[in-house]
Each structure stands twice: as C-alpha cells, then as structure tokens.
Design a protein around this ligand. Structure first.
Ligand code: HEM
Ligand SMILES: [Cu+2]
Length: 496
C-alpha cells in the first residue's frame, strides 16, 4: 500500500475476529434464506405451469408474499453485511449494534413467518393499503397486524444501525458532504484519489435508506392504526406513495451497498487501485437524489397523481441507471483491462454482476417510460426486469464477496463445484429472466396463481430455469458451508 492511501481504523485482533463472525452470520443467513426463497420461487413457477396441483391459490399467495418479503429482507441484510465489513475499516463501527440489528431482524422474520403461515396473511410484501385490512376472511386482522409489526421491527433495527454509521462517519469526516467528497467535487479542496469509495457508498446508502425506511415506518404505523380503528381512513394514494418510496429505495440501496464489494475486491484481484475522481463523486451525489425521485415510476396507473410527478419520475428513471453504471461498469472494465487479473470465481461473479446490472437496467428503463408502462404494467415483464438485475446483478456480488470472505482458496483453475455452480446459476438466471420478460411482452399478467392454458408452457420453461438456479446456488452454499468451520481470515492482497 502506498502511503497516500487512507489510514485504516485500528482494531484489536479480538475485535476483528468478532466482527468477522458477525459478518459471516449475516451472509450465511442470507445464503440459507435465499435458497429457501428460490425453492419457493420454483414452486410458484411449477404451480403456474400446472405441475403442482396441490398448491392452491391460498398457498400460492402465501408463498408469493414470503418470497417477496424474504428476498428483499435478505438482500438488505446480506448487502448490509458487505458494506459494514468494508465501512468499518475506515470508520469506527460498533459490532454490538451490528449484532443488535441482526437479532431484531431475526425476531421480525419470525413474526412475519407466523403471520403468513399460521395467520394466513397473503397480501404480498408490498402490503398495499387497504388490502391487508380487507382479506374477506382469508386472514385475520391479527395476521395482517403481525406482518406489519414484523416489518416495522426490522425497519427499526436498520434505523438504529444507521444511527451508528452516521455517528461514525461524522466523527471521522465531520459532515456527510465531506464523506461524499463534495468539497473535492466542487473544487473547494484538492482532489484526493484515495478518498475511500466505500465511505462514499456508505454515506449514500445511509442517507437514502434512512429516509426510505422512515417513510415505510410512517406507512406501517398509519396502517396499523387503521386496522384497529377502521374509522381512521388515510388517503390511499398517499400511503401508496410512502410504500413505493420505501420499497423502491430499500431494494435499490441493497444494490448500491453491495457495489462496495466490486470497488474493494476488483482492485485486489487486479493489483490496481480504484481511484476516486470528480466523475465518481458527481455520479454518487446525483444518485442520492435520483434514487429517491424516480419512485413515481411505480404509480403511472394512478391517474389522480399530479402529472408533473409522473414526468419527473419518467425523465429521471431514464437517467438514474447511467451515472453509476458509467463509473462502476467502466471503472471495473478499466481495472480489468490488461491487468493480468486472476480469473477466480469471485472475480468472475463480480464481472457478471456488472453485466447483470447494466443489462437488467434496460428492461427496467423501458418499463419506466409511460407509453411502455401502459402495456407492460402488471405483466410478468416486471418480475422479468427485477429478477434479471437481482439474480444476475445483486446476487453475484453477494456470492463473489462471500467466496472472498470465507477465504475460499481461489486457484487458477476453479474446482468443478464452482464452475458447475457458476454456469448452472448464471445460465438458469438468464433463462428465468428472459422467460418472464417474454411472457410479459406477450401480455401474461403478474401475480396470477392460476395461468390460462396458453400461458402454461412459459411457466413450465420458467420452472426448468428455476431448477438450474436453485442447483447452482445450492452448490455455492454447500461450498461455503464445508469450508465454514476451518475458514481462515480473508487476506487483502496488495494494491499499488
Ligand atoms: C430460483 C429463483 C427464483 C424463482 C424461480 C423466482 C420466481 C418468482 C415468481 C414465480 C414470482 C411471482 C411472479 C408472479 O407475479 O406471477 C416471483 C416474485 C418475486 N421475486 Fe422471485 N424468484 C426467484 C428468485 C428471486 C430472488 C433471488 C429475488 C431477489 C433477490 C426475487 C425477488 C422477487 C420479488 C421482489 C418478487 C415480487 C413478489 C410480489 O409480486 O409481491 N426472486 N419470483
Ligand atoms: Cu422503482
């Protein structure tokens, strides 16, 4: 390391060991829950393909609810594990609070599981008002309340964690603007190319997630009051705005949090530093606002919403992917180009994630155009685009980071399990997403438990893709669990 690089925080060996265990707990939990949720996804595809007559509509919607809330929650907890791991190297974070959030999360998960599988709640993870309160007898008010309370609890845990991040960032950098590199961006300070990328990422995620979760908490509290005092009727469109602001922000922030693995690990695999620049600061600064301002693309069908909000949503949605893709994707390619990179499985996964993120953004942007949205809204196009960038963008970052975290020996020639895992997972995920997109462009609706005869072949092909994904992911999980007991600490490689 050259002396121009940042001073890292000094922790004792015992503190580092403790922190490592906590990060591993986050990622292993992530792996296991993702695996279960993928099985749930496969069951849904099989049910829509008329291959599982035993899965009736009630069970389908319970699985759809647990799948949605499960994968979004797991994306949040796993990506927080990644970002926390790197961020703690630059600012003094509390491992106790990190664990606290983890246990609050698990408690919320148990309550949510109870509300779905014991209480029968099946109103989807988006808990859109007033659906949770009008189940027509399918689930009780208590079940709906359980789901909302579980989510509220999880949100509270994250808010506590972010308070610790905020304290730590402010005590080292003085202000969030400084941490985001704004004085450098605006020429008030000389450019410091060694200002840590992770600090910029961490500050951005902290700001948007804090606001997103706070909005979600407001919606949850309003809805809980309404459940027990039905005379209190909130404005449905207002609640929908709060919910989609929350939902859009937290899943996007999970992507941004995980990108820290690309910034931190590719330099180690290529031996070249990822230097921050004005373009980098500008992109991350822009995205702080854009990620929050584009959420109205979920509300194009809500005609009473003022037109200008929709237009802002549309215009910013075109642009929102671009700044980060440019700095991250282009930056990643420049790191790799003629670097003699070691193509271990972790590096392959990180590069795959760049492809998945960029390519998955295209159908997303199409859908965020009002004209396309009129046709594609509530079709399987929507699960098509988000499975694309989650399965091929987000999860490869999580997988790539985990291989690093467990210090899984990354030989030149990866072992067969890793190769097979990689191709089965990536091939399956691509097929799964393309089948969804194709179904959507043919007008097949999303969130239908029972499919018409003409749609069944699509669902069946989707089920085959699901099996490939589950198989590939299972191989990675087994690989991680086998090394788990004897995993050495990850050793950062030299970067010059
Ligand atoms: C084997 C892997 C997977 C399969 C087969 C699968 C399948 C499905 C299916 C069939 C649906 C319902 C589609 C419909 O509306 O008819 C769905 C919804 C969804 N999936 Fe997946 N999925 C998988 C993995 C994932 C992962 C890893 C994530 C996120 C990281 C994810 C996120 C979601 C979300 C957010 C929904 C929306 C739920 C809702 O509409 O309320 N899925 N998935
Ligand atoms: Cu969105």
């Amino acid at each position: 390391m050259s002396k121009a690089t940042v001073d890292k925080i000094h922790y004792s060996d015992a503190e580092n060991r403790g922190a490592l265990i906590a990060v591993k707990a986050h990622l292993i939990t992530g792996f296991l829950v993702f695996l279960l949720m993928m099985l749930g996804g496969a069951v849904m595809r099989a049910a829509q393909g008329a291959l599982m007559p035993s899965v009736g509509a009630d069970l389908f919607y319970q699985i759809m609810t647990v799948h949605g809330v499960g994968v979004v929650g797991t994306s949040a907890i796993a990506s927080t594990g990644i970002l926390w791991y790197f961020l703690r190297q630059y600012v003094q974070l509390s491992t106790k609070i990190f664990w606290l959030n983890f246990f609050i999360f698990l408690t919320g998960v148990v309550i949510i599981l109870g509300s779905i599988f014991l209480g029968g709640y099946a109103g989807a993870w988006t808990f859109l008002y007033p659906l949770p309160g009008i189940s027509l007898g399918v689930w009780s008010t208590g079940a709906a309340a359980g789901f909302l309370i579980g989510l509220l609890l999880i949100g509270t845990g994250f808010l506590i964690l972010y308070l610790d991040w905020g304290r730590a960032i402010l005590s080292r950098y003085g202000s969030f603007g400084q941490a985001l590199g704004l004085p450098q961006l605006f020429g008030k300070e000389p450019l410091n190319p060694y200002h840590p990328t992770t600090v910029v990422v961490g500050t951005m995620v902290l700001i948007v997630d804090f606001l997103g979760i706070a909005a979600g908490a407001v919606a949850l509290v309003i809805m809980l009051i309404n459940l027990y005092n039905p005379e209190f009727k909130p404005d449905a469109l207002l609640v929908k705005n709060l919910i989609y602001f929350f939902g859009h922000v937290i899943i996007n922030a999970a992507m941004y949090a995980s990108v820290s693995a690309v910034y931190e690990l590719l330099p180690q695999y290529t031996g070249r530093p990822y230097k921050t620049s004005k373009v980098f600061y500008a992109a991350w600064f822009a995205i702080v606002f854009m990620v929050m301002a584009v959420y109205p693309h979920h509300l194009y069908m809500d005609f009473p919403l003022p037109k200008w909000i929709m237009i802002v949503g549309q215009v910013l949605s075109y642009g929102s992917g671009i700044p980060l893709m440019v700095v991250t994707g282009y930056g990643a390619l420049m790191l790799v180009y003629r670097s003699g990179i070691q193509w271990n499985t972790s590096a392959k996964l990180l590069i795959l994630s760049m492809f998945g993120w960029a390519a998955g953004g295209i159908p997303a942007v199409l859908d965020s155009m009002i004209t396309f949205n009129k046709v594609l809204h509530n079709t399987l196009w929507v699960p098509g685009h988000f499975h694309f960038y989650l399965l091929l963008g987000l999860l490869p970052m999580i997988l790539g980071f985990t291989l690093y975290l467990f210090n899984i020996p990354q030989e030149k020639e990866p072992p067969l399990v890793e190769k097979l895992g990689f191709y089965s997972y990536a091939g399956g995920a691509l097929l799964l997403s393309l089948v969804f997109l194709n179904s959507g462009s043919n007008g097949i609706p999303r969130r239908w438990a029972v499919h018409l005869d003409e749609w069944i072949p699509y669902a069946q092909l989707g089920a085959v893709a699901a099996v490939l994904v589950v198989f590939g992911f299972l191989l990675f999980t087994v690989r991680v669990l086998i090394v788990l007991p004897k995993a050495a600490e990850p050793v950062p490689a030299a970067v010059h």
